[in-house]
Design a protein around this ligand. Structure first.
Ligand SMILES: Cc1cc2nc3c(=O)[nH]c(=O)nc-3n(C[C@H](O)[C@H](O)[C@H](O)COP(=O)(O)OP(=O)(O)OC[C@H]3O[C@@H](n4cnc5c(N)ncnc54)[C@H](O)[C@@H]3O)c2cc1C
Length: 403
């Protein structure tokens, strides 16, 4: 029985996006992986499913067609669990394509948390319609820099106030959709003396002078999701576009807080990759034979399957625990890291073992297990590496500030 059988909304999202992943994502996954291209046509058609680039800001209505229930800030929602359910299904289809479909959520998340009504309207305005190539418009979240990934307190992108504007200089690296985004949410140091407390988020639209999309990166995995550099050279951003001016501090603590809501979703994607490789292997073991002996009669293969199933089920439960806590407005910093780290480990374990057990066939070009193996690695790197998740978990256990 599905764990969501008593929640028709979550069960419905799982069913709808699972069917979409099977019918529309799987058939084009190899092509976009090989060509390292974004699935622009699919991204446009996916909007009909509520997979809009502003879904995080638009809330529940984006996925269910129903209005968000009024929230007093205490009433539980299902938004985080819904994102996790959907993300697992989409990543089962293809992790790179799932990031292309929902990747603007990373930029939308801080705007939803810290943005003023004007900033939310600007975000929506920049993503309305199509760009000069006829592609739907997307957003990028630019935090990482060439010398600053894990330790974001070492940001060197600077914001200097000049009248009603901030003047931005610096370089961002490894930015999802960095080459094609129509709006960027980026982070810069407004006061070097304040160090961590001086980090602020800003919104800036594509085409603003001094905002220069840079080189597109060639990657091992998630190749259907574009990753690029972004440069700021004297880029002037109006002061009204600084996040947090509506009340929140928008400093580094808030920046890190946004990862507590996105990490369970990233963990769910890792579960989707693990499940994809596991199902492929299961089908092989159930129906295949080795020198006349059914594969299923080999105990070591059966035990490998059992081990994988235990880890996948455990990862999914951890993801949904962290998401449930977010939906119930509980501090989930430790559990978001546990979920993300465990799911990333599971995706790597399952895909690596599937490669070994399937043998030479996975070396054929375009083999799906080879792709899932390559896709899984990034889940141990972005949104905080495996080491950083363990650092957060340990600090939380020891009563220290986890972030
Ligand atoms: C495909 C891809 C897409 C990405 N998308 C985005 C995006 O859209 N936006 C964005 O802002 N960033 C993005 N990133 C950047 C990503 O978040 C960083 O790569 C990641 O945070 C790690 O930073 P780093 O690469 O600088 O490694 P480093 O921070 O230099 O770490 C190097 C190694 O040291 C370890 N390490 C570092 N500090 C510690 C510590 N205190 N204790 C123990 N070990 C430590 C790390 O775990 C790692 O193994 C993306 C990266 C990739 C590869």
């Amino acid at each position: 029985m599905d764990i969501f059988h008593d929640n028709p909304m979550l069960a419905g999202v799982r069913q709808m996006l699972g069917a979409f992943a099977k019918q529309s994502i799987r058939p084009i996954a190899t092509l976009h992986d090989r060509e390292e291209t974004m699935p622009w046509t699919l991204m446009k058609s996916a909007q009909a499913f509520g997979l809009t680039q502003t879904a995080v800001i638009d809330g529940r209505k984006a996925m269910t067609g129903k209005d968000e229930e009024p929230s007093d800030g205490k009433k539980p929602s299902s938004a985080a669990r819904m994102s996790c359910v959907g993300s697992e299904e989409l990543a089962w289809g293809c992790a790179g394509i799932s990031l292309a479909l929902g990747g603007s959520g990373l930029a939308a998340s801080p705007v939803a948390r810290m943005g003023t009504d004007e900033q939310k309207a600007e975000f929506r305005r920049c993503l309305a319609g199509v760009d000069e190539h006829g592609h739907i418009k997307v957003a990028a979240m630019a935090l990482s820099e060439p010398a600053t990934g894990s330790d974001i307190s070492g940001l060197s992108t600077s914001a200097r106030q000049d009248g009603d504007h901030w003047v931005i200089d610096g370089h961002k690296q490894w930015i999802n959709k960095g080459g094609s985004a129509s709006i960027f949410v980026f982070w810069a140091l407004t006061d070097p003396a304040a160090c961590r407390a001086g980090v602020r988020g800003f919104l800036v639209a594509r085409g603003t002078p001094g905002l220069i999309p840079g080189r597109k990166e060639t990657k091992l995995g998630i190749r259907a999701s574009e990753t690029a550099q972004v440069h700021f050279e004297g880029c002037r951003v109006h002061k009204d576009m600084m996040l947090g001016i509506g009340g929140s501090t928008s400093g580094l603590a808030d920046t890190k807080k946004m990862l507590d809501s996105t990490r369970p979703v990233v963990g769910a994607q890792a579960v989707g990759i693990a499940r994809a490789a596991f199902e492929f292997l299961l089908e092989r073991v159930a129906s295949g034979s080795v020198r006349g002996t059914p594969m299923a009669s080999h105990q070591h293969l059966a035990f490998e399957l059992a081990e994988m199933e235990m880890e996948i089920q455990a990862s999914r439960m951890l993801v949904h625990r962290a998401a449930w806590m977010a939906d119930h407005h509980q501090d989930n910093v430790r559990f978001a890291s546990i979920a993300k780290a465990h799911a990333a480990k599971t995706a790597q374990m399952v895909t690596t073992r599937a490669m070994a057990l399937l043998g030479e066939e996975v070396l054929e070009p375009g083999h799906p297990v080879d792709k899932w193996y390559r896709d899984a690695k990034i889940y141990d790197i972005f949104e905080g590496t495996g080491q950083i998740q363990r650092r957060i978990i340990a600090r939380s256990l020891l009563g220290q500030n986890p972030t």
